[in-house]
Structure formats: structure tokens, C-alpha cells
Design a protein around this ligand. Structure first.
Ligand code: PLP
Length: 370
């Protein structure tokens, strides 16, 4: 049965593309790949993405929240999983019990991890986060050595990693990242000079894994690239990366309206002649933005969305598309015929980036794996 017979709207996710993207990045960098599957795998589905990434050679996973790490463990994914965001104190035990690696950046968290690990008679795997200029999480770089020394002295702690995160690696100006890189490099040297050897050192996100081999250390943390999307306009994905996600729907209704008819809430669009107007069952509750000047693909051509986007539906102008019929498949993101609407295009139309476009596709849109 075809998808259009079964769903109002759906995502088609090409897991083969994710697998190939990971394999390509692994060959390109020559280091281990930590596949970033936070936010439901950037909207692609965390578990299927993780399984495809494993087939492509990923050996680590990164997520933002402990709940996301537990979802991977529940799906029997046994690779190391790092939570690189904040973990609430009450969840440290759960992390350690499930062999989930935690990020810490202060003494209180170190103490919590140690106490929980001792109670469980296990070791807590921790990564020390260093703030070299992102100013989000992390010990300030000048206090990093002291905290590293405390980590090695703390019972029941496995010093598994030390890392930092770049704020501007996707921009063409290298200077801000040069500064972060140098400051992290200095700290790593001091840590090593003290004989401290965490298992892995990491810094690069997708953008840096394309452009900064000197930041690879033991692994690169890649999100956007494994989904085949550009880190930014200034830092596009090389040709070998292929987008994995398409967003599709169907035409649910078509009518011909006389001149002067209002379309949708607020009648923001008024027909100026006899017009053929179609309806598509996708709305802002699915993550399609309620802003003007949208287009979708019908019969391989771009057609304008008219009137306001509703919660669950939108209207389209079909005058130029004689071939359009009720129950035809339409594409909101992805290719149809020789036309393509990319996540990057939607991002720029919606005044945001491709990351927010794919993460924002709502949970009620089924993910179909091909
Ligand atoms: C989200 C995130 C990444 C991945 O970023 P991409 O630009 O998608 O590669 C890497 N590291 C950390 C700490 C992150 O939060």
C-alpha cells in the first residue's frame, strides 16, 4: 500500500543516506564518529537513525537529555552514549545504572556522580565540559586543570572524556574558532603534562569536522552532516552527503472559486479571477510555519501556498497545474520531478536555519523509513 493511501502527511526517511553520510564522514576525518541523535535524531527518529549510523560505522552517540539516552538503551543500543546537556541531580543514578556517560563542569556534579556510583558499586563515566568561548555550559578554561585534577582523585569516577564546543565553526571567518581551538589546546597540554589521560578528547561539531582536522582529537561529534544537511550557507556539506528526509502529503480537495472569494482565516488571500484552489492536510501543528510566501511541489512544479496556514491544513493555488488532482502526492520538503525544496530553503524562508526546520516537524507526522 502506498503511503498516500494511508497517511495525510508523512516523512520519508532514507536510512541508507544516513548510513552513507556517516561512512563518508568517517573516511573523511579518519577518526571515530559520535553520531548526534538529540531531538529525536533532528526530527528523523532517534533509534532508526542510530541504527543506520551504527551500520555506517558510528561508535558513539551524543544526546542532549538523559531521557534521550535511555531511549537508545531501551532499543538495545549498547554503544557509549554521552549526555552533553544538563542532567538533573535525581537522574544521576539512572544514568550510571544504564551505563550512560554524563557531562559535568563543576565540583557539585562531580560529587553527585561519585556518591551515586558508590551507592551502586559501579563507576560513573564522566566527560568534563570546558567553556572556551561558547558561554553555554562548561568550566571556564582557566579552572579546567584544577577540576580535571579533582576528577582523577574522586572515587568511582571514570574520567572518560574532556571536550569543548565551538560557537562559530560554521562561519567563513576563522578567527573566533582559532581562539577557542588554541585555548582548548593549551588546556589539553596542561592536563597531559600532569599525567592525566582521559580516554577521549573531542571538540569538533559538523562544521569543524569538515574544515578543521587539527580539532579532531579522538572523535568528531556530528549531527547536521549525518542527516545530509549543510552546517550553514558559509559551510555547505560536500556533494557526497545526501539529505535523508522528505516531507510529503496529498491534495485532499480541489475547487474552482469565483473572483473575490476569501481563502482561509482572515481572508488574507482573495481570488482575483476564477481560481482553482486546493487543500493540503498539513498545518502549523505539524511544524509547517504560519508565515506568508510558502511554496510546495505539485506535479513537479512549485505552487504557492495561499491564505494563512491553519493548524492542520493549508490551501494552494493550482491555476497553472492542470495535471493536479485530488489524492495526488505533494512534496513540502524534498524532490519531486526535477524540482527540489531543501531544508535550507525552508529555513531561509522561515527566517531560521535548516536545523530548526527538521527538529520542528511535529510528532504526529509519521516517519516512514525507506
Ligand atoms: C548539537 C551538538 C553537536 C552537533 O552539532 P552539529 O552542528 O549538528 O554537528 C555537537 N556537540 C554538541 C555539544 C552539541 O550540542
Amino acid at each position: 500500500m502506498q503511503n498516500k493511501e494511508n497517511w495525510s502527511t508523512w516523512l520519508e526517511i532514507d536510512l541508507g543516506a544516513i548510513e552513507k553520510n556517516v561512512r563518508f564522514l568517517h573516511q573523511y576525518t579518519g577518526v571515530e564518529i559520535m553520531a548526534i541523535v538529540k531531538a529525536n535524531g533532528y526530527g528523523h527518529g532517534a533509534v532508526p537513525t542510530a541504527q543506520a549510523a551504527i551500520r555506517g560505522g558510528a561508535t558513539w552517540f551524543g544526546v542532549a537529555r538523559i531521557e534521550e539516552a535511555l531511549e537508545l538503551r531501551t532499543a538495545h543500543i549498547t554503544q557509549p552514549v554521552l549526555v552533553f546537556g544538563y542532567t538533573p541531580p535525581g537522574k544521576f543514578r539512572l544514568a550510571i545504572e544504564n551505563d550512560i556517560s554524563l557531562t559535568i563542569w563543576n565540583q557539585e556534579q562531580l560529587k553527585l556522580a561519585s556518591v551515586a556510583a558508590l551507592q551502586l558499586k559501579r563507576k560513573a563515566n564522566i566527560h568534563l565540559k570546558v567553556d572556551t568561548g561558547m558561554s553555554r555550559l562548561g568550566v571556564q578554561v582557566e579552572d579546567g586543570l584544577k577540576l580535571a585534577q579533582q576528577i582523577v582523585k574522586t572515587p568511582a569516577i571514570e574520567f572518560e572524556g574532556i571536550f569543548t564546543h565551538f560557537a562559530r565553526a560554521d562561519e567563513s571567518d576563522p578567527t573566533p574558532t582559532d581562539i577557542q581551538e588554541a585555548s582548548f589546546g593549551d588546556l589539553i597540554k596542561k592536563v597531559r603534562d600532569c599525567g592525566i589521560t582521559p580516554k577521549v578528547i573531542h571538540a569538533a561539531n559538523s562544521a569543524a569536522s569538515l574544515t578543521r582536522p587539527e580539532t579532531y582529537y579522538d572523535l568528531v561529534r556530528s549531527g547536521i552532516l549525518i542527516y545530509g544537511l549543510d552546517p550553514s550557507d558559509e559551510c555547505p556539506a560536500p556533494q557526497s552527503f545526501r539529505p535523508a528526509l522528505s516531507w510529503k502529503s496529498v491534495i485532499s480537495h480541489i475547487k474552482t472559486l469565483p473572483a473575490g472569494r476569501g481563502v482561509g482565516y482572515g481572508h488574507e488571500y482573495i481570488t482575483s479571477r476564477m481560481e482553482r484552489i486546493g487543500t493540503v492536510p498539513v498545518g502549523y501543528a505539524d511544524g509547517y510555519r504560519r508565515i506568508a510566501k510558502n511554496f510546495i511541489l505539485v506535479a513537479g512544479e512549485r505552487v504557492p501556498v495561499v491564505g494563512r496556514i491553519c493548524m492542520d491544513q493549508m490551501m494552494i493555488q493550482l491555476d497553472k497545474i492542470n495535471a493536479a488532482h485530488v489524492s495526488d502526492e505533494v512534496t513540502l520538503l524534498g524532490s519531486q520531478g526535477s524540482e527540489r525544496i531543501s531544508a535550507e530553503e525552508l529555513g531561509s524562508r522561515w527566517h531560521t536555519n535548516n536545523y530548526e526546520v527538521v527538529c520542528g516537524i511535529g510528532p504526529r507526522v509519521p516517519r516512514i523509513y525507506v
